[in-house]
Design a protein around this ligand. Structure first.
Ligand code: PXP
Length: 238
C-alpha cells in the first residue's frame, strides 16, 4: 500500500493572513489523519512564512506521524533533534522562492548533509532527501546513508497539467525509483501533484509515499464550501 502524507503548510499561510488562530493547523492535521492521511508534513522555513515553531511544538506533542521538512543547516538540525519528529526530509531552501524549486545539491553540500543525516539516523528519525530524478543523486543519497529519497515531481506535474508529453519524465522517474529501490532506499514522491498526477505516478510500484500539500488544501477549500455555507446559513436563520 502506498502512503499519503498531507502537507499542511498552506493552512498556516491562510491563518497567518489574518494573524489569528484560524484555521488551526493542529486541528486540520488531526482531521487529515482521521480521514485517512498516513502522516502530516510541515516545512519549517527559515523565514517562518507559514509554519511557526509553535506549530511544530504542538504537533510534536501529539501521536500524529510527523514529517518535518527542513533546510540543511545546523540550526534546523538542532530544532529537529529537540522536537524529535518521526521523519525528517531535507530540502533546499531559498529565501526568495515561492515554493521548493528543485532537489538538493548533494555533491556541493555532501559533507554537511551527511553530517545532518548521520545525527538524525543516530536518533532513529527516518531520513529523506528531496532530490531531482537523477541516478547520480540516488547514488549520493546511498553514500549519505539516507533511509529514503523524495523525488521532485514538479516537472512532470507541470507537463501533465499543461497537457504536454510527460512520458520521458515519467520514464526517468520510474528508472530512478527502481534504482533507488534496488539500493535499499525507500522512494517517495512529491511536489505539484493533483488527482491526475497521483493517478499516473501511482503506476510506479517502487514509490511508497506521496507528499501532497497545495492541491489538497486548495481542493478542500473548493469542495468544503458546501458544508461551511450550509452552517453559516443555518446560523443566520436561527
Ligand atoms: N515535498 C516536498 C519536499 C516539498 O517541499 C513540498 C512543498 O512544500 C511538497 C512535497 C508538496 O508540494 P505541493 O504543495 O506542491 O503539493
Amino acid at each position: 500500500m502506498k502512503r499519503l502524507g498531507v502537507n499542511i503548510d498552506h493552512v498556516a499561510t491562510l491563518r497567518n493572513a489574518r494573524g489569528g488562530l484560524h484555521p488551526n493547523p493542529l486541528i486540520v492535521a488531526k482531521e487529515a489523519i482521521s480521514f485517512g492521511a498516513d502522516s502530516i508534513t510541515i516545512h519549517l522555513r527559515e523565514d517562518r512564512r507559514h509554519i511557526k515553531d509553535i506549530d511544530l511544538k504542538k504537533l510534536s506533542n501529539t501521536k500524529i506521524p510527523l514529517n518535518l521538512e527542513i533546510a540543511c543547516n545546523y540550526k534546523m538540525l538542532k530544532i529537529a533533534l529537540k522536537n524529535n519528529p518521526k521523519f525528517v526530509c531535507l530540502v533546499p531552501e531559498k529565501r526568495k522562492e515561492i515554493t521548493t524549486e528543485g532537489g538538493l545539491n548533494l555533491i556541493k553540500y555532501y559533507k554537511k548533509i551527511k553530517f545532518i543525516v548521520d545525527r538524525l539516523n543516530k536518533k532513529k528519525i527516518r531520513t529523506s532527501l528531496f532530490i531531482n530524478p537523477s541516478f547520480k543523486d540516488i547514488l549520493y543519497s546511498k553514500r549519505i546513508n539516507a533511509n529514503c529519497v523524495e523525488i521532485h515531481t514538479g516537472r512532470i506535474s507541470n507537463l501533465i497539467k499543461n497537457k504536454k508529453n510527460y512520458l520521458n519524465e515519467f520514464k526517468k522517474i520510474k528508472k530512478c525509483a527502481k534504482y533507488a529501490n534496488s539500493l535499499g532506499i525507500e522512494v517517495h514522491a512529491g511536489h505539484g501533484m493533483d488527482y491526475k498526477t497521483t493517478q499516473i505516478l501511482s503506476k510506479i510500484k517502487e514509490i511508497k509515499e506521496f507528499n501532497i500539500g497545495h492541491f489538497i488544501i486548495g481542493e478542500a477549500i473548493s469542495i468544503g464550501l458546501k458544508n461551511v455555507i450550509k452552517r453559516v446559513k443555518n446560523s443566520i436563520k436561527k
